[in-house]
Design a protein. Sequence first.
Length: 190
Amino acid sequence: MPNVFDVLREDHQEVLRALAELESGPPATSASAEQPAAREKLVEHLIIEESKHEAVEEEFFWPAVRDRVPDGDRLADHAVEQEQAAKHVLNDLIGLKADDPKFDELVRGFIADGREHIAYEETSVWPELRKALSAEEADDLGTRLQQGKKAAPTRPHPHTPPKPGLLKTAGPAIAAADRVRDAVTRRGKG
């Protein structure tokens, strides 16, 4: 059973791989015919996975940080601010074509901000939470994150307040609506 840090590290590594791939590829405006479509698919995948990741962090991880870590409110507030800003960028990227000049601008900004956020979590938050959780508690939190991702929203929803209570009650309906929209539009498929 993976603990909370293993679950989050796996997510972070997946995001960092996607960011590196986006960064190493040519800008969409100078790419061959296949490359813009590939970049659009990669961004679509990133939006889906990042939306699920942030939703479960807001519902389970940040409340644990607030409850268990000295100065946890400050640490969580800073991270949630970063995540809210990222949600706005990801929301702006939904449906944007790679040949739109805003696409590369938004992607570049997200790459820098995403790396900064991951570094903040891993170097400022994780060490403090590790000290505060038993191995059993870390495993339990990891399980809740994994289970939560299965039913989490697949879109960023930047205007939904990142409040755990709201997410527990409204989150399933929001996620269900996202999944219906994804099925109708074939978003996230092949």
